[in-house]
Design a protein around this ligand. Sequence first.
Ligand code: GLU
Length: 418
Amino acid sequence: MQPTASLDQNVLAQIARVRPMLSEFLTDELLETIKVPEHVAEASLVIRRDDDSLATYRAYRSRHSTARGPAKGGIRFHPMVSREEAIALSMWMSFKTAVLDLPLGGGKGGIVVDPKSLSRRELERLSRAYVRAFRHDLGPALDVPAPDVNTNGEIMAWMTDEYETLAGQSAPGSFTGKPLSIGGSLGRDRATALGWFIALSRFYERIGETLVGKTAVVQGSGNAGLTMAHLLADAGVRVIGISDSREGIHLESWLDIGTVSKIKAERRRISEYSGVLTTTNDELLEIRADILVPAAVENQIRADNADKIRAGLMVELANGPTTPEADMTLSKKGVTVIPDILANAGGVTVSYFEQVQNAMNFSWTRDEVESRLSDRMIASFDAVYDRSINAGSTLRDAALAIALERIIRAKIDRGFGW
Ligand code: GLU
């Protein structure tokens, strides 16, 4: 991962660029109110390691906006987590929930840690320590976390349990992405990948083309990345390149995603896939393909490599993979980008469905969840696509314009007090 100190600058640059597209009601003064988070909390978490030593980890939670509803967004465990990163990612969460028109705001948090360096029991202690430190900053009506980079359902279960223990009552709506046994939603596991796939399919439908026979390169093979690669392969797309944090692999014909998943599950190097060309992560991005999918972390497509991208379409599964400078280069080159705040919003959409089911104390079938997801994704894609056509703008600018207008409309309707 690149240093993320500039992530907050990236968000501000994106906002500045869409300024001319925004409705008249959105004054500069109002726009200023959205450039800062409502609240940022930070803490040092101390846990006892298995060898009885003490270890301290820095942790953050940024609540960017609750204008449209409780803040919503993941918690990540990663050595590069920082205050600036949490703030920027929480802003993108507010935009994402607004693009999907969910009654939610945006939040994000994380712990500065390499989770691979901890045992499972140490991870549980750390997860519970996070909730104890931020118990007053979280809750079903305030800020609701979910899985993100290097976190999963098991971690959400420990966190929910800690939260409920402190609250002295059941509160399943305090976290989403939980296991089914404690109020998780069917379909949440593959929601990010499926939502992404629905947006991609809709794009081809709108331009009168089909997915079948297209080629794709995927940077990243985490949960969402691999699930998405399976969906592509099932739809007749040839995945010709894929990577993990260490290296990439490329095959002119196509890669069998089942084999890649098996290698990853066995914790082997993906370059052990027989007959492939091994690449660096940067080289992988330069492979000629119809579809490029940044599915790893932020700041991967930058001023220094954007010009080398040879895909016609880029569909962002990661959050913030493209810098504003890179965006300009891609748009000049004629590369269409379906932006993160639209393309990867399936995860938070089904998180919202999980909250709704928790509030009703009732559960929907997988079909019900996925058909509602599909309706939301298609309606949101169409709104963004139509706005971009009308404004002659990129899809990212159109999505952001819609989001900013919705959030600021909510702020205006609430009023600003005395
Ligand atoms: N971490 C995911 C995201 O970045 C999901 C957030 C959520 O479900 O609240 O969108």
